[in-house]
Design a protein around this ligand. Structure first.
Ligand code: GLY
Ligand code: MN
Ligand code: MN
Length: 402
């Protein structure tokens, strides 16, 4: 990724700020045991750096100022932990000239705060019974020192930026989707009755890593038989029984951008009559709703149409008599924005615009028949309508049986 893309993103942010607006974005911290690190998405989006604990400051004054604070490398520690990012490397990646060390932050931030009237920080959200996080603690203190400040969470400013994908972002998502598709096709080929669900996950992960991607975007859901009727069954530790279908809800990540694909297939290679009936209904709804996607349509309209179609299907499948009982077999909504987060920024009732990427994922879940079907595609909103980014991942009955 080149730093020009990051510069454009920051320009988009600054444009939304009032004069004397200040943005402070905290990178994620690392948890040491087990050592894992998942960067804060807003920090990554604006600064591009993958290092923990860094802080980005953007101040809109007559002339806007940007500064990043990073950890100072201590040679004795670097023997154990590896080299820290240097100032020159931070500038090279982020395109920001002014780089300082974290031990200078407290003294320097006072100057920014003293001349600011509003602060936007990635405060995040945690339940009130939990301790304050790093950003919340900092803002708490800043407000006591500088009571003139109004504080808001940065999310509102990030939604219009992150929900409209650039060409580069769409390329990352397409790659994540294509490689996820390779993994799914390999599962179709190699899975057998009697395998454990986690073996299917291993096939997927091997294919993702073998194709040059290190990470998945979210924990795989591999659910056979009645497990498929539990929406977020992430246990993946059941044995696949005779005549069972498996529901795969999976996604690789490419440069931090996630795919989110669901496919449901008969592991034996042949649907039962009833499975085929249910599957056909979900597939038809998946296709109809995808065709509705275009700029200007609301997620609300897509949801309402889905409910109407699901109700008809459930009556046809003799699962309900009264259409208002549909929630028993369909409990979620039609989809969500997709991007750096699997459930990306963008309201569930948003009106779609060119550059949005959303999922379309209808499903019918019948635990008493050990059947759960979800078919999920990733859809880009284009000027003329939509492009199905996952159209090459098989979902037709004859493809799944062959
Ligand atoms: N993988 C979670 C979802 O489809 O929303
Ligand atoms: Mn999914
Ligand atoms: Mn989804």
């Amino acid at each position: 990724m080149n730093s020009k893309l990051l510069t454009d993103r920051r320009k988009g942010l600054i444009k939304q700020l009032k004069d004397k607006g200040l943005v402070i974005v905290f990178a994620a911290s690392v948890s040491k045991y087990p050592r894992n690190f998942l960067q804060d998405k807003n920090f990554k989006y604006l600064a591009g750096l993958d290092v923990p604990d860094a802080i980005l400051v953007i101040s809109k004054q007559k002339k806007s100022v940007m500064e990043i604070f990073i950890e100072r490398g201590i040679p004795e520690m670097e023997v154990w932990e590896g080299k820290k990012l240097t100032k020159a490397e931070a500038t090279e990646i982020s395109g920001i000239q002014r780089i300082s060390f974290l031990d200078e932050f407290e003294r320097k931030i006072g100057f920014y705060l003293a001349s600011a009237s509003s602060v936007h920080a990635n405060l995040g959200y945690n339940n009130i019974d939990k301790p304050l996080n790093k950003a919340q603690n900092f803002i708490d203190k800043a407000k006591k020192h500088f009571p003139q400040l109004t504080v808001t969470d940065i999310t509102k400013l990030m939604i219009p930026l992150r929900s409209v994908k650039t060409k580069w972002e769409i390329e990352q998502m397409q790659k994540a989707i294509d490689i996820t598709g390779d993994g799914i096709k390999n599962i179709f080929k190699k899975s057998k009755i009697g395998m454990m669900e986690y073996e299917l996950d291993a096939i997927l992960k091997y294919e993702i890593n073998r194709n040059g991607l290190k990470h998945i975007g979210f924990k795989s859901i591999i659910a056979s038989g009645k497990n498929a009727a539990t929406l977020h069954d992430e246990q993946n530790d059941s044995k696949i029984g005779k005549d069972e279908m498996a529901l795969l809800d999976v996604g690789a990540a490419c440069n931090g951008y996630s795919a989110d694909i669901s496919r449901t297939f008969p592991v034996s290679g042949k649907f039962t009559k009833r499975q085929k009936e249910v599957y056909s209904e979900v597939l038809a709804i998946n296709k109809k709703i995808i065709k509705m996607v275009k700029p200007g349509i609301g997620m609300k309209e897509l949801n309402e149409k889905t409910v109407e179609l699901i109700q008809k299907s459930l009556i046809k499948l003799k699962l309900i008599k009264d259409k208002k009982d549909y929630r028993k077999y369909y409990m979620h909504s039609i989809g969500h924005h997709l991007g750096m987060d699997t459930h990306d920024l963008g309201a569930r009732d948003s009106v779609l615009e060119v550059g949005n990427v959303i999922t379309i994922e209808p499903g019918i879940y019948i635990p008493e028949e050990k059947i759960g079907v979800r078919i999920e595609d990733d859809i880009l909103v284009t000027k003329t309508g939509y492009k199905n980014l996952s159209e090459n991942i098989p979902k037709e009955i004859n493809e799944l049986e062959s």
